[in-house]
Design a protein around this ligand. Structure first.
Ligand code: ATP
Length: 306
C-alpha cells in the first residue's frame, strides 16, 4: 500500500556528562558526552507536497513561536540533503509539532532534522540502514545522530560518533526552563574565554558514570552529572546558579545545565519527588517554566502512517 505521509516522534536529550576539549586549529572542540533521550518530543509529519511547492514547513506546538520556516530550519536542510542524495522528484511538506524547548540545550532542531531523515526514508521506502542514516545525520549537526538512535549513548568527536550504553532503570527529570535561549556558539566562546591560559586535557567520561548507569543507580548518576559548558552558561546567565541552588536545596539527586543551556535538568528519585520539586521551582520565581520527563526513551521513530 502506498503511503501519503508519516509522523515521526523524536525525543529531546539531556547530556549527563559533557566534556569539552581545547579549541582545535579548525575552530572546533573535541567533545565526549553521555546523552540520554527523554520523554519530551517533537512530532515531525512528512508528506509529499503539491507539485511546485518545494520544501514547505509549517509549525504548531507550545515551543513553535519564533522558529524559522525558511531554509535556516534544520528540518529544511535535512529534506534538501535527502532530495539531492536520493533523487527524490517530489516536493515535500513538513509539519513540526514542537514541544522541545528552542535554544534550550535539548537538541530541538536536531530532533526535527532526525525526524525528517527517518520520515523521508519511510515515505519513499528507501530502506536506509541505521549506519547510513546516522552518517547523513552527522552532516547536519553533531546532535542529530543521537536524535535518531535515542536511549543512552556516548558521543565522541563532535558528539556525533555514537556508541550505545547498556544501562538499567529509568530516570525522573525535572526541567527548569528559561524565558530566553542561549546561543550554542556564544556559550562555546565564553568557555574558551574562561579557560584562556589554562591547559585543557582531552575530554573523558568518568568510570563512576558508566558504572552507575550499568547498575541503574540514580543516586550515583546524580552525583556524576557534569558539564564543562556549565561555568560558561552560568557566566552568561548568572540566574542559572540560583536555579541550580534551588533544585539542590529541594532534594534533587543532582542538577546540571543541559548542553549549552539554559535549561537546567534535575535528577530526582521518583515521580513524587519530581512533583515536589516542580512545585518548589514554580514557587521560587526563578524559572520561566517547569516540565517533568523520564528517560531513557526511544530515538526517532514512525508513530503513524497517513
Ligand atoms: P543543541 O542542544 O543541539 O545545542 P538547542 O536545543 O540549544 O540545540 P535548538 O532548539 O536546536 O537549540 O535551536 C537553536 C536555534 O536554531 C534556534 O534559535 C532556531 O532559530 C534555529 N532552528 C533551526 N531549526 C530549528 C528547529 N527545527 N527547531 C528549533 N530551532 C531551530
Amino acid at each position: 500500500m502506498k503511503i501519503n505521509g508519516v509522523v515521526v516522534r523524536v525525543p529531546g536529550k539531556i547530556n549527563l556528562q559533557l566534556g569539552v576539549g581545547p579549541l582545535d586549529p579548525n575552530g572546533y572542540h573535541e567533545v565526549t558526552t553521555v546523552f540520554q533521550a527523554i520523554s519530551l518530543f517533537d512530532d515531525v509529519k512528512v508528506k509529499v507536497g503539491e507539485a511546485g511547492s518545494g520544501i514547505a514547513i509549517t509549525l504548531s506546538g507550545s515551543t513553535a513561536p519564533g522558529v524559522p520556516v525558511d531554509d535556516s530550519n534544520l528540518a529544511h536542510r535535512a529534506a534538501q540533503i535527502m532530495i539531492e542524495r536520493y533523487d527524490i522528484g517530489s516536493d515535500i511538506e513538513i509539519h513540526l509539532k514542537k514541544e522541545i524547548p528552542v535554544a534550550g540545550g535539548m537538541a530541538g532542531g536536531s530532533a526535527d532534522a532526525a525526524g525528517v531523515l527517518v520520515g523521508i526514508d519511510a515515505l519513499f521506502d528507501l530502506g536506509l540502514s541505521r549506519d547510513v542514516m546516522e552518517r547523513i545525520a552527522a552532516e547536519l549537526g553533531s546532535d542529530v545522530p543521537f536524535s535518531i538512535s535515542g536511549g543512552i549513548a556516548i558521543g565522541r568527536g563532535r558528539g556525533d560518533q555514537i556508541t550505545p550504553v547498556l544501562s538499567r532503570g529509568s530516570y525522573h527529570w525535572v526541567l527548569a526552563l528559561s524565558g530566553h535561549g542561549l546561543s550554542t556558539p556564544a556559550v562555546y566562546n565564553e568557555c574558551d574565554r574562561l579557560r584562556e591560559g589554562l591547559s585543557i586535557s582531552r575530554p573523558q567520561i568518568s568510570d563512576l558514570m558508566m558504572q552507575s548507569l550499568r547498575a541503574g543507580d540514580s543516586k550515583a548518576v546524580g552525583k556524576s552529572l557534569s558539564n564543562d559548558l556549565q561555568p560558561a552558561a552560568c557566566s552568561l546567565r548568572p540566574a542559572l546558579r540560583l536555579v541550580l541552588d534551588v533544585g539542590l536545596e529541594y532534594g534533587a539527586l543532582g542538577g546540571i545545565v543541559s548542553g549549552s543551556g539554559p535549561t537546567v535538568a534535575f535528577l530526582v528519585e521518583d515521580e513524587e519527588k519530581a512533583l515536589d520539586l516542580t512545585v518548589a521551582l514554580s514557587a521560587s520565581g526563578v524559572v520561566a517554566g517547569v516540565i517533568r520527563a523520564t528517560g531513557p526513551t526511544h530515538g526517532a521513530r514512525v508513530i503513524e502512517t497517513l
